[in-house]
Design a protein around this ligand. Sequence first.
Ligand SMILES: C[S@@+](CC[C@H](N)C(=O)[O-])C[C@H]1O[C@@H](n2cnc3c(N)ncnc32)[C@H](O)[C@@H]1O
Length: 222
Amino acid sequence: MQKYAKERRDQFYKLAKEDGYRARSAYKLLQIDDYLHILHNVERAVDLCAAPGSWSQVLSARLPPSAHIVAVDLAAIAPIPNVKLIQGDITTELTANQVIAAANGLADLVVCDGAPDVTGIHDLDEFVQAELIQAAFLISDRILRTGGSFVAKVFRGQLTETILVERLSQFFKKVQIVKPAASRSSSMEAFVVGQGFKEGPGEIIQGVACIGRGGIDSDKTY
Ligand SMILES: C[S@@+](CC[C@H](N)C(=O)[O-])C[C@H]1O[C@@H](n2cnc3c(N)ncnc32)[C@H](O)[C@@H]1O
């Protein structure tokens, strides 16, 4: 099992090098898009917690040249074509306002791959991660257009399953958790995807769709 995970890590690591992505994370967003078409018809996108920038590279490459993309992180991000960069903490009002001003209109998509420094204490890590998701959602609530989509990294667990998905379903038509093949199976990471903003309260797709492995496995075991 460990060998398999390592091989997969190498596979996406090598692919990222070949394809010129700054991080193997790029394939997580690409696999989510292949499954849920979240980039379809997107003209305005916001990438929260974006450094080193591989998700923004995907947005820059997959969205039309006319697209308006804003990326923000605590860390500085090297320039990416067609992406406005902001350095700041998304949990602060100052940065939230800067992102909203830079977006200069309503967004079709907000993504957040944010991860705090992991302590290894699962409940604490899940809690801090939930704070980041809350900050991401607060920004989305101010900036997403009706019908827009939201993607955020989550740590799988009770908080995520019961509270977050339930709450998001009040705002989105469809909410589900996906685990892309590019996300290591040994990691608690998964992604919550809300589609159809303000078209809710909507449907919760139960379980975790494991995507990008040449088929969809529904994993309902956590
Ligand atoms: C896994 S990395 C993101 C990778 C990125 N999606 C990519 O593809 O290159 C997680 C990022 O979250 C950022 N982060 C964590 N907490 C943050 C906060 N409060 N505000 C802004 N960024 C934050 C970290 O600085 C880190 O760069």
